[in-house]
Design a protein around this ligand. Sequence first.
Ligand SMILES: Nc1ncnc2c1ncn2[C@@H]1O[C@H](COP(=O)(O)OP(=O)(O)OP(=O)(O)O)[C@@H](O)[C@H]1O
Ligand SMILES: [Mg+2]
Length: 323
Amino acid sequence: MKDTILEVKDLITTFKVDEGKFRAVDEVNFTVEKGRALGIVGESGCGKSITAMSIMRLIEKHNGIIESGQVIFNGKDLLKLKEIDMNVIRGNEISMIFQEPMIALNPVLKIGNQIGEMLRIHKNITGKENKNRVLEMLKLVGIRKENEIINSYPHQLSGGMCQRVMIAMALSCSPKLLIADEPTTALDVTIQAQILDLINEVKEKLDMSVIFITHDLGVICEVADDVMVMYAGKVVEKASVKEIFDNPLHPYTIGLINSRPENFKRGEKLKCIEGNVPKFSELSAGCEFVDRCYASMDICKNSKPTLKVIKSGHEVRCFKYSE
Ligand SMILES: Nc1ncnc2c1ncn2[C@@H]1O[C@H](COP(=O)(O)OP(=O)(O)OP(=O)(O)O)[C@@H](O)[C@H]1O
Ligand SMILES: [Mg+2]
């Protein structure tokens, strides 16, 4: 039987802009099973980060509003928790790592103190035990000379090392769920591969669940078990990684797969999905993807498709697959 750690139900998050209110996250539904990794993929502006920030309830700080829905984590709806109870969950049971470690790390605090602080606040681990645990975490994320590193400041470390420190911080309280939002985008490919291996390794070791956000399907192949493709705030396709690559259905997913660099031969013109994700003011009355879709039909211009189960474990939002 599947053991669900997180269930997001009908989540709607909006922002107020000059033209009105728009849904950055539009009725999003998904589950994350224990010990599995869900990849969320889509172009810039599709709502990936806002989905993650809504789960963590960090969106109000950015003037976003969670209008409705449920975020059920370990049986509790996080959207109903008091802020003080949410603080116990954040960083402790659900941790997040971001694209830019330099922004997330405190520049005036030594690395050891930053990781130690997490353990002190959330687990009340102090003194010698605290230091030992910090050293253990640094070792876990593959940092050598950990005794030196605890006394360093972030600016003394490379980008890859800072990202490892961020991961050590995120894992220090043994979270049940790790949300990684483009954690390797700012790194070169070799370091990227090492960080992806590391996330896979600790996921297995700690039996942790992971939500991995990226615009790169290559990265999805490396880390995810299941995939959710987002477009203009909506889920357009959901399936296992194998199924998405063997049998992609939504024209947007097919476009993303075809525009992967490994699908090009030398001298060939780069294939890409023409156009851009529509702005709020440009959204059509029909399918949000209609203007960029090679398979669009009349119905797509005026009606919105719903997410349909095509076969067990594979859902798609496209009229092409409605009977
Ligand atoms: N603070 C904000 N105020 C208004 N609109 C916002 C705000 N933050 C994000 N948005 C809008 O919400 C939509 C979703 O943004 P989000 O950051 O989730 O995209 P993303 O999929 O993570 O993209 P990227 O790959 O560039 O990180 C975008 O249209 C974005 O412009
Ligand atoms: Mg983002």
